[in-house]
Design a binder for this molecule. Structure first.
Ligand code: GLY
Length: 370
């Protein structure tokens, strides 16, 4: 069964299709968007080895020719060198204004290829075919595209909405347990930020879902995408509410920078740790009860994902350095960090009114318990 959600954005509205076997029928899904039977696909080495043949067959079945570029896997790809390589390859393939570019991979590929599509010939359409849980529930939806700068993550980019998102749940079966759980950090984030009922559903179903239950996986992806679609429809360019999706991300981005964007800490793991820290700060500020951070940490522990700074291998910088790294975040305005805090599970809000000493003490406690 394939479910369809809609991101309502006027003449830039698009569908998110969620189900098993979508790669094999990608041609039929994408054909209505094409002006000629040809697509340019950009992917990475890992995804190509596992799934590119299936995708190609899916296009061939609909009489669509596919050309492909395979980039190195990993966060380091999301930078100027591979970006310019991608743009130049797309030009060499004579991709025209009316053509469709396909981003086939996880968050790195989706962000980089979406940004390439945003600037190629001043903008061509693109389709997201996300292959990681993180990309299926978060990065492929909503049109945030871009690459990293030496100064920080995602500092160069554009809003450019895809024309279609195809989330093939079957592909999640080829993820490592660690990658799956990292994506789960973004799933549980939706519960923590705005939907206590979803959080409770995850407390009950999270373990079975991680163990491979396809029905539960589809339901988790659907509920996450619905939450994201609703928020993006109301606030496409993050003038307000969309910032809630950054729950845990200010801490996460600082930790990712501190660990060199390496596989010491995957993005979704940083999100999980960051959400636990955000609730700890909220609790110490008296915004939410003390039980909330404990409950969140208990659920993340039960899932087997990273929860504490102690779960990050190797050295971490001191509190002041982490705070300075948090100051590099995009959510800083006029030198003030905008935090996502919570009045309870499912009740996040944006505020710059956070006592820096409380953040400092939460971080230094977390560092000293390593
Ligand atoms: N990943 C956060 C957002 O799309 O707004």
């Amino acid at each position: 069964m394939v479910e369809t959600l809609r991101v309502e954005l006027g003449d830039r509205s698009y569908d998110i299709r969620i189900g098993q076997g979508l790669l094999g029928r990608a041609g039929a899904e994408i054909a209505p968007l094409l002006v000629r039977p040809r697509v340019a696909v950009v992917t990475d080495e890992n995804v190509a080895a596992l799934h590119l043949e299936t995708l190609q067959a899916g296009f061939a079945a609909a009489g669509i020719e596919m050309v492909s570029l395979v980039l190195p896997a990993g966060e380091a790809t999301k930078a100027w060198p591979e970006f310019s390589r991608t743009v130049e390859w797309l030009l060499a393939q004579k991709v025209e204004r009316g053509d469709v570019v396909v981003a086939f991979g996880g968050g790195v590929i989706g962000d980089l290829v979406g940004f390439a599509a945003a600037v190629l010939r001043r903008g061509v359409r693109f389709v997201q075919i996300p292959t990681s849980l993180l990309a299926q529930v978060d990065s492929s939806v909503g049109g945030k595209t871009g690459i990293n700068a030496p100064q920080g993550k995602n500092l160069i980019g554009a809003f450019h909405q895809p024309s279609l998102v195809l989330a093939d749940i079957a592909v999640l079966g080829t993820l490592t347990a660690r990658d799956f759980l990292a994506g789960y950090g973004e799933v549980v984030k939706y519960g923590m930020l705005g939907d206590l009922d979803f959080f409770e559903w995850l407390e009950v179903n999270g373990t079975a879902l991680a163990a491979g239950d396809m029905t539960l996986r589809a339901e988790a992806v659907r509920r996450s995408c619905q939450a994201k679609a609703d928020i993006v429809s109301r606030d496409e360019t993050e003038q307000g509410e969309r910032a809630l999706l950054n729950l845990g991300h200010t801490f996460c981005h600082a930790l990712e920078a501190a660990t060199g964007y390496s596989d010491r800490l995957l993005h979704g793991e940083g999100v999980a740790i960051g959400c636990a820290l955000a609730f700890e700060v909220s609790s110490r500020l008296g915004l939410c009860s003390q039980e909330d951070p404990s409950r969140i940490r208990a659920h993340l522990r039960a899932m087997g994902t990273k929860v504490d700074l102690a779960d990050i291998a190797g050295d971490l910088p001191d509190t002041d350095t982490l705070i300075a790294l948090m100051g590099q975040d995009k959510k800083v305005t006029d030198g003030t960090i905008n935090y996502i805090m919570a009045r309870g599970i499912g009740q996040a809000f944006v505020t710059s009114d956070v006592d820096a000493n409380v953040v400092k003490s939460v971080l230094s406690d977390a560092l000293s318990s390593r």
